[in-house]
Design a protein around this ligand. Structure first.
Ligand SMILES: CC(C)(COP(=O)(O)OP(=O)(O)OC[C@H]1O[C@@H](n2cnc3c(N)ncnc32)[C@H](O)[C@@H]1OP(=O)(O)O)[C@@H](O)C(=O)NCCC(=O)NCCS
Length: 173
C-alpha cells in the first residue's frame, strides 16, 4: 500500500526565553499522519499502543488471531519522528459505510489535539475511498470527543469489551 503522509500540528506547551530575556510559550509542534502497512514495524508499535491504552486497562489483551484479520484494514498512525503518538483503523462495512476502530492516543498526551488530527485524516482517507458515512462503536466515556468531531449517537447503550458503548455516525460530505 502507498503510504499517504499529511503533516498536522499537536499542541504541546513549551516555555522559551527570547534574546531580550522575555519568557514566552510555544504551542505548536508538527506530527506526521501516515497510513501504515499491516505487519510493519510501525504496525507493531500500534499494536503495543492499543494494548496499553485500550486493552490492558480492562484486563484484556489483543490476540494474534484478531491481529491476523486486520490485514485488509487501513491502519493510521500519528508520529513525532519515530514515536507513535496515536493510532486508529478504518474497517469497510459496505460500499457506503466505513467503521473507525481502535482509536487511541498515548496516555500522557491526551487532550492535546492528536485525536482530532487522526479523526480528520481518517475522514479524508474515507472520503477519498468513496465512503459516504463513518461510524464507530464509541466507548461511553469518549462520546464527548466524537460529538466534538460532529458525530451523533444512533443506538442505545450496549456492552463491548466489558464496558458501555454506543454507535455513533457522521455523513462524510
Ligand atoms: C478519546 C481520545 C482518542 C481523544 O483523543 P485526544 O487526543 O485526547 O483528543 P483531542 O485533544 O484531539 O480532543 C479534541 C476535543 O475533544 C475533547 N475531548 C477529548 N476527549 C474527550 C472526552 N473523553 N470527552 C469529552 N471531550 C473530549 C477535547 O477537550 C477537545 O475539545 P476542544 O477542541 O474543545 O479543545 C483519547 O483521549 C484516548 O485515546 N482515550 C483513551 C482511549 C479511548 O477511549 N479511545 C476511544 C475508544 S472509542
Amino acid at each position: 500500500m502507498i503510504n499517504i503522509i499529511q503533516w498536522s500540528t499537536k499542541i504541546i506547551e513549551r516555555w522559551f526565553v527570547s534574546a531580550e530575556n522575555r519568557i514566552f510559550k510555544i504551542h505548536l509542534f508538527y506530527m506526521a499522519l501516515k497510513i501504515v502497512d499491516h505487519g510493519s514495524p510501525e504496525y507493531q508499535k500500534m499494536v503495543r499502543l492499543r494494548e496499553d491504552v485500550l486493552r490492558r486497562p480492562l484486563g484484556l489483551t489483543l490476540e494474534e488471531d484478531e491481529l491476523d484479520t486486520e490485514r485488509p484494514h487501513v491502519h493510521i498512525g500519528a508520529f513525532e519522528e519515530d514515536i507513535l503518538l496515536g493510532c486508529c483503523m478504518l474497517v469497510r462495512e459496505n460500499d457506503e459505510t466505513v467503521r473507525l476502530r481502535q482509536m487511541s492516543v498515548m496516555d500522557n498526551i491526551q487532550g492535546k489535539g492528536v485525536g482530532r488530527a487522526l479523526m480528520n485524516f481518517a475522514e479524508n482517507i474515507a472520503r477519498d475511498q468513496g465512503y459516504k458515512q463513518l461510524i464507530m462503536h464509541a466507548r461511553k466515556h469518549a462520546i464527548g470527543f466524537y460529538e466534538k468531531m460532529g458525530y451523533q449517537v444512533t443506538s442505545t447503550e450496549f456492552t463491548e469489551v466489558s464496558i458501555p458503548h454506543v454507535v455513533m455516525e457522521k455523513p462524510l460530505n
